[in-house]
Write a protein that binds this ligand. Sequence first.
Ligand code: ATP
Length: 693
Amino acid sequence: MSDGALAHVRRVRSIVQGRDGSGAAGPCNAITRSWIRCLHDYQLDPERREEPEVVDAAELAERRERLAGVQAVAKVEMANLYQQLAGSGYAIVLTDAAGVLLNYFGDPGFTHAASRSGLMPGAVWSERAQGTNGMGTCLAERRPVTVHQDEHYLVRHIGLSCAGAPIFDHEGEIVAALDASGESRLAQQHTLALVTMSVQMIENRVFLDRFRHDYILRFHNRPEFIGTLSEGAIALDPAGKVLAATRCALFQLGFAAPADIVGHDITELFNSSFPGLVDSTVRKAFHAVPIFGLRNGARFYSVMLPPVRVTSSAGRQAAAPTSQAPSPLERVHFGDAAMAANVRIATRVCERNVAIMLVGETGTGKEVFAQALHRSGPRAGKPFVAINCAAIPETLIESELFGYRAGAFTGASKEGQQGKLYQANGGTLFLDEIGDMPYPLQARLLRVLEERTIVPLGGGAPLPLDIQVTSATHCDLQQMIAKGTFREDLFYRLQGITLRLPPLRERTDVRALVSLIVTEESDDGAPLSLDETLLAALERQRWPGNLRQLRHLLRAMIALRESDHLTVHDLPPEYRTGIVAPESPMRDSEEALSGTRDPGAHAAGPLAAGLPQDDVLAADPDATDPLATDPDDGNSHDLNPLEHAEREALLRELQRHDWNISTVARQLHISRNTLYRKVQRLHIRHPGKAVPC
Ligand SMILES: Nc1ncnc2c1ncn2[C@@H]1O[C@H](COP(=O)(O)OP(=O)(O)OP(=O)(O)O)[C@@H](O)[C@H]1O
């Protein structure tokens, strides 16, 4: 054992024994209490070196299943936290109440150290198993703790710095722990504060989701703080009795535990009646109304959320929020300023039924944004009906939109049909690609929006219509107005407010979006980490297909990965242009062992001159078709789509450089050996060669 380790063990023992003896060794803090538990209660040897115990896959799956709701919310917060701490060498970890590690967001710089330390899914990080540590000790202490370097009990963990906080449910029971662990020298003071804030956010969201079918009173002593992590929330049954309350609610009202208020009538807490609270919030279009706490006389502002009801009307509708879809608007950005402003503005205007127009390139998430807005707003639980004006044939769009009476036209069904506009009644109508709405129908749509009534094809009494209209386009509608293909009056009716969704290449939260999508797309439970060079490469792409393209790319990379650490080597070649990619450790070591590393592989310019002629793959003299442009040894049909794409790109490069291996390797910033392996793996051969080169 090293001197440092020996000193650590001595220190642990002497501090614990000092406490046992006179008890005069200064205040007993969380670390000392934990050390005492470790030595006496768990009889752990501080020198213990074994790897953490890891539960088997079935048990891990069961534990994850049990905590599915919390996990769904926590994943979003973990991505947020990761973004806030990115680059500082932290792993963000979620454990269950027993300290079993469920999910992991790894900082690329910490991945190796993390797995060495046992930060892997299924590992048991309870205090009993691993001694004093961020996750286990916050669970044992029931409060947030920082465990820095040699505050860890086991010698094997003193290279770590951890900040952990327990996550409580609405009954005050611990259900999980959130933790940020990193290399000690990178430890930051504010980490624990960030972790604690994330926990609060998770608890609030889980609460709002858990009680979404009940009334929820959200309050704070400052109106602008409603909807933030410090708001209080109380769930109420239809008679106004308290079902549950968040920790922030208890704190603001001066209660110690949920049992102090559960079952009490709301009138015992505030100076307002339950129907009064519901009415005033609805009348004020969900704007905060002042109320007074009876216990401490404090003034609060409150908003009463009505229960979310699941509707069954036809059309493409947003499901009521479920534990799989926590706080939808929070998922659309991770700190990008333009998106944050969009969310802020949209949230405010949507409560007042202002028409919203979303403008942005294809794939920037206009429909996702519209759905999120709907599900976060006062119409959540009511229908969300999306119509893609470009996808419906012009001849059908009128009946699709407005519906028709029985026998309205030849071929009409006997029963008639409810139009999409009416299906959206009470909820949101999302008009996608509004620029493709046929000109004659624009006048009719305008009339419906102005009069808020609808008359189906074939006539009849007008039906009242109450809809939030959100439309989207990637066209320049002003230009269309100038050309006379879009009505100006409809344009102004649709754009109460215009929000521009930024293209992905302009967003500052690409890394967090990547992390979130990777987590969403890797639901086989594998903990994936992303190499720094890969993240940097993704940030630099142009992304003409924006978020849609990013998701498809990541989905393919995850499906085809060779290991759980994704690097630029997992990118298809067309994404690698201009990237100086380090060889993966595996590849490096292969080449080091075989002594075949090509020192010129990353060199450019002058080295290209004077290449040995054997760098050029020689054509086979027996070749029948030396000019073939799609060489194939007959096995390439075994390749998956991504490999096919890679093969094609590689072929193009090889042909462009006359099959000169060194030049192509240099262009792609890979070694010749790596290129040879690729050529073999992708079944590429020189047009004139009989066997793979
Ligand atoms: N905030 C987001 N986080 C993660 N993925 C997203 C997000 N927004 C959009 N996406 C992904 O991008 C895809 C395209 O999103 P969406 O259909 O909303 O874009 P759009 O702008 O309406 O596209 P189009 O103009 O082509 O209709 C979604 O299916 C989803 O996979």
